[in-house]
Design a binder for this molecule. Structure first.
Ligand code: ADP
Ligand code: ADP
Length: 215
């Protein structure tokens, strides 16, 4: 049973690597960013509140995120094992996750993988990111372009550029990562389950290192 956390700054490749892991290990991916973007699209009360923070590159308040995660973890598919992508991002979220897994699902985190990439590369990765609104497949205009410009290889849908993948917002998200989320390395560092992986090589090479950790 694997329940892993992907730590790492915006654009590090967490979503890209999660797709490989899902394919090979049959886990469920929970991305709080994806859940929030869906809530914004559906114009739910949560989505309306979260959008203000997301557009500014700030963290959405813990109470909203923890409530969102509690609902998501109540779904039976989580019993297959989960990749937590983009969550937790604060110590309060990490503590809440530990408690939810222990009390509600009688399980625990098995691995924490921190994907490390230098800030200069992250800005370029995020600015060039495109994704399919229909199936979520992630592309990059330079590093992983679609076969036909601007449309998804799998379904032909026009690719989207996230509102917050602009240089100024990304710089803010990186600042938030260094000031807040990177503190989680200290929280998990001594757990015996924490590994840092260099995320700067090509995606296949990065995945080889991740597979070694997951076994
Ligand atoms: P990336 O994949 O580039 O790291 P995400 O899709 O994970 O970005 O997150 C996009 C935005 O959604 C964040 O900038 C933040 O506003 C919000 N968000 C996502 N996950 C969380 C979280 N766990 N806590 C607080 N805010 C979050
Ligand atoms: P995250 O989920 O951590 O925010 P993504 O997986 O969405 O990151 O990747 C961000 C962008 O960088 C995407 O456009 C993706 O295609 C690209 N990318 C991901 N991994 C690599 C890599 N190893 N080398 C170059 N580009 C990458």
């Amino acid at each position: 049973m694997i329940n892993m956390i992907f730590l790492g700054p915006p654009g590090a490749g967490k979503g890209t690597q999660s797709a490989y892991i899902i394919r090979d290990y049959g886990l469920v991916q929970i991305s709080t960013g994806d859940l929030l973007r869906q809530a914004v699209k559906d114009q739910t009360p949560l989505g309306k509140e979260a959008k203000v923070y997301m557009d500014a590159g700030q963290l959405v308040p813990d109470s909203l995120i923890i409530g969102l995660m509690k609902d998501r973890l109540a779904s039976p598919d989580c019993a297959k094992g989960v990749i937590f992508d983009g969550f937790p991002r604060t110590i309060a979220q990490a503590e809440a996750l530990d408690a939810m897994l222990k009390n509600d699902l009688k399980t625990e985190i098995t691995q924490i993988i921190s994907l490390n990439v230098a800030d200069e590369l992250l800005v370029e990765r995020a600015v060039g990111r495109r994704s399919c609104p229909k199936d979520g497949k992630v592309y990059h205009i330079k590093y992983n372009p679609p076969k036909v410009g601007g449309v998804c290889d799998l379904c032909g849908t026009t690719l989207a550029h996230r509102d917050d993948d602009r240089e100024d917002t990304i710089k803010n998200r990186l600042k938030v990562y260094h000031e807040t989320t990177s503190l989680l390395k200290g929280y998990y560092g001594n757990s015996g389950k924490f590994t840092e992986v260099d995320g700067e090589g090509n995606p296949d090479d990065v995945y080889v290192k991740i597979k070694r950790i997951l076994g």
